[in-house]
Design a protein around this ligand. Structure first.
Ligand SMILES: [Zn+2]
Length: 150
C-alpha cells in the first residue's frame, strides 16, 4: 500500500530555524496535527519525493537534464564539503548559472535542513501559513510517495 507524506520546507535551502523558535515552531505544528513531525538536520539534505522522482528539467530552456549529470553534481558537492553548503551549478544545456534547488524536479523536490512532515492533506494550507507567520520566510511543499510493505 502506498503512503503519501508531505514535507514542508523553506524556499531558501539555507534557512535555519533560529534557536529560540524551535520549540514554539514545533508546538505550533503539533497543535495543528499532533503527529506532525519537525525534523532538523545539522546539514542541508536533499528532500526527495520518494518513488515519484521522474526527471529534472532546466528552469531556463526546459531541456530535460541527464540524471547522470545531476548525480555527479550531487556527489561532487558532497565529496568536496561533506554537505550541501553551495548548490551553484551551470546548466549543461544553456550554460546558465543557477542552483540545484532551482532546477525543475518532477515531482517537486528541494534542499533543506529543516522540514515538517505531515500526512494530513487538509492541513497543508494552514501549516504553510503558520510556518510563514512564525519565521517570516516563505515555505513550500514536497509531496512524497513511498511503497509500504507489511
Ligand atoms: Zn537549459
Amino acid at each position: 500500500m502506498p503512503a503519501i507524506v508531505y514535507k514542508l520546507i523553506p524556499q531558501d535551502p539555507f534557512f535555519e530555524l533560529p534557536e529560540e523558535l524551535v520549540v514554539p515552531f514545533e508546538q505550533k505544528m503539533k497543535t495543528i496535527n499532533d503527529d506532525n513531525r519537525l525534523e532538523i538536520t545539522e546539514r542541508v539534505q536533499f528532500i526527495d519525493a520518494g518513488e515519484e522522482f521522474h526527471g529534472i528539467c532546466c528552469p531556463f530552456c526546459d531541456a530535460a537534464l541527464d540524471p547522470m549529470w545531476w548525480h555527479q553534481k550531487m556527489a561532487a558537492f558532497y565529496a568536496r564539503t561533506h554537505g550541501f553548503y553551495d548548490l551553484t551549478v551551470t546548466t549543461p544545456c544553456c550554460e546558465q548559472s543557477t542552483s540545484l534547488n532551482e532546477l525543475v524536479y518532477d515531482w517537486p523536490q528541494g534542499f533543506a535542513s529543516v522540514s515538517v512532515q505531515t500526512t494530513h492533506e487538509a492541513s497543508l494550507p494552514i501549516l504553510k501559513e503558520a510556518a510563514l507567520e512564525l519565521t517570516g520566510v516563505p515555505w513550500r511543499w514536497v509531496k512524497a510517495r513511498y511503497e509500504v510493505f507489511d
